[in-house]
Design a protein around this ligand. Structure first.
Ligand code: GRF
Length: 221
């Protein structure tokens, strides 16, 4: 990918991760810029964030499509029209089909509010609390055909504290999400990661890669 990579962000709700990506991509040396926001929910506050940042936004209202294929085709049409090269799911509440992923053709990233492979799917923070884990966190991963199963790019951990409820744990995790999603997008845009099997590695500095992937804060400028 040459020049600043054109990123599409797929949202359904509040869009704080979208905001984190918008904010970081204001820096001229950030290797990616948000060129399209796509929402399947016309009421998503993320659309207002796009408007304020003067980023084109398209609503693909799922109520208007009887079949998943039709909704996905509308998403693909918008992504093509805006020449999106890298797609980021950020609170997007639908599973994308293998056909969609191969038609798009570029990398697709997702952020999940748990340390995968623990607690995939919905209500990850509630699952973590009910299981009684003492550490949770968030994961940015490449999207494959499964639910939150793709290769892990970066994770960050947070403690689960006595007295936590879903909201307090979600807020603590969200702060880390806003830190690691921009980092993962940077690495993908710079083509700085490679895959060995399903293991994501930072290219070029193999002796540093494990350390870097576990300590993303050390690499954030
Ligand atoms: C985040 O917790 C993200 O991990 C999950 O959905 C939530 C979206 O939050 N996939 P926001 O819309 O980015 O504020």
């Amino acid at each position: 990918m040459s020049g600043r990579v054109r990123v599409g962000v797929l949202v359904s709700g509040n869009g704080t991760n979208l905001q984190a990506l918008i904010d970081v991509s204001r820096a001229p040396d950030y290797p990616a810029r948000i060129t399209l926001v796509l929402s399947n929910n016309p009421a998503a506050y993320a659309l207002e964030r796009a408007r304020q940042a003067q980023i084109p936004a398209v609503v693909v209202d799922q109520a208007r499509f009887a079949l998943r294929e039709q909704l996905e085709q509308a998403l693909l049409d918008a992504l093509r029209e805006h020449e999106v090269q890298l797609l980021c799911l950020a609170g997007f509440m639908r599973i994308l089909s293998p056909g969609f992923l191969s038609s798009f053709g570029g990398p697709v990233l997702n952020i999940h509010p748990a340390l995968l492979p623990s607690f995939p799917g919905l209500h990850a923070q509630r699952q973590a609390l009910e299981h009684g884990v003492k550490i949770s966190g968030c994961t940015v991963h490449l999207v494959d055909a499964g639910t939150d199963t793709g290769p892990i790019i970066v994770q960050a951990a947070v403690p689960v504290l006595p007295g936590d409820d879903e909201a307090s744990l979600a807020a603590r995790i969200l702060r880390e999400e806003h830190r690691i999603y921009p980092l993962a997008v940077r690495w993908v845009a710079e083509e700085a990661i490679g895959l060995r099997g399903r293991v994501v590695q930072l290219k070029g500095v193999p002796e540093l890669s494990d350390h870097a992937l576990r300590n993303p804060g050390k690499l954030v400028p």
